[in-house]
Design a protein around this ligand. Structure first.
Ligand SMILES: [Zn+2]
Length: 326
């Protein structure tokens, strides 16, 4: 879910009911539905509550570009079939939130569905620059992990929302690292001292939950690439092929154990308890060294030579990850 404090004020239930009633009354319209296909998987994208056919096409084109960014992980959508529903929201309904996509959510009732509320006056450029859609699509890479696993699920979506956009050319690689670093900074400022898993369970400490979670996946990705000849993409591709379903709950420890098994490593389990019980933001000093990222005078600097630079580029470079068979 998108971590914005104003979300509840959108009155999601009322909007959903109105949108469902509206869509039931409408005849099928061009671009109300599109099916995106890749590697035997399908994403069924619907736009409801939008009368203007040009706007429907615009929203479908936007989502198709975001979906292409998702494919830079392993060349197919993580689930064999999932739905995306795009609905408009008026400026007056979410006036406290200037985002072009003020609310997104992944639902897992019956089947997996990503729901995106898009401001009705958001321009294509504003939509293209927003991270909400790729964040929500990234939630399809993992099973539902319950409240204790929120830090893992939100962390994965927060990591991938930047990495995948960089690979797709929606962000420069440098900007992606800067956004990750800014997120880590927000997480670091959460100072309750409570264990991460407790914040996760109690729906508190949002910034530490999201960004300590993202740090967990970044560390795992770096370790897999440096020491084991694979990557987070590769391991999640295998998980998608063997084990992922759109509904049902998986215990976080079981998910971690499965990722260890699929990678033939202990990369995930060796950090999992330490992160879950951490009372402050984990240090990323060693990870930044591995990626040739340094900081001076409050600015990030990116080394251009050597294995650290190569590793960093491999994570975010366009076309770095070829479509892979499961
Ligand atoms: Zn989320």
């Amino acid at each position: 879910m998108r971590p914005i404090g104003t979300i509840p004020r959108i009155a999601a239930g009322a909007l959903l009911a109105a949108a469902c009633a509206a869509s039931a009354a409408q005849a099928p319209a061009p671009d109300a539905e599109r099916t995106l296909r890749a590697g035997g998987s399908e994403l069924h994208v619907s736009v409801t509550g939008v009368d203007d056919p040009r706007r429907r096409a615009q929203l479908q084109d936007w989502l198709a570009e975001v979906a292409r960014a998702q494919l830079t992980a392993f060349g197919r959508y993580p689930l064999r079939s999932a739905r995306v529903r795009i609905e408009p929201v008026g400026r007056e309904t979410s006036r406290d939130d200037e985002s072009p996509v003020p609310w997104g959510q992944t639902l897992r009732r019956g089947d997996a569905a990503v729901l995106l509320f898009v401001r009705d006056d958001a321009t294509p450029a504003e939509l293209r620059a927003d991270w909400t859609a790729i964040h929500e699509l990234s939630h399809l890479f993992h099973p539902y992990l319950g409240r204790d696993g929120r830090w893992l699920s939100e962390g994965l979506a927060s990591y991938y929302q930047n990495v995948l956009r960089a690979r797709a050319g929606l962000l420069s690689p440098q900007r992606a690292w800067e956004l990750l670093d800014a997120g880590f900074g927000r997480g670091r400022r959460e100072s309750s001292g409570a264990p991460l898993v407790e914040l996760s369970r109690r729906h508190e400490g949002t910034m530490r939950v999201y960004w300590a979670g993202a740090a967990f996946w970044l560390q795992a990705d770096v370790a897999l690439r440096r020491e084991h000849g694979t990557s987070l993409d590769g391991v999640l591709s295998r998980y998608s092929a063997c084990c992922l379903t759109g509904t049902g709950e998986v215990a976080p420890a079981d998910f971690i154990a499965e990722l260890d098994r699929l990678s033939g490593t202990t990369v995930f389990s060796s950090n999992y308890p330490r992160f879950a019980q951490s009372r402050q933001f984990p240090s990323l000093d060693a990870t930044y060294r591995d990626l040739a990222i340094t900081r001076s005078n409050g600015e990030l600097h990116f080394g251009q030579h050597g294995p650290g630079a190569a590793l960093r580029r491999a994570i975010t470079a366009r076309g770095a990850t070829r479509p892979a068979a499961p």
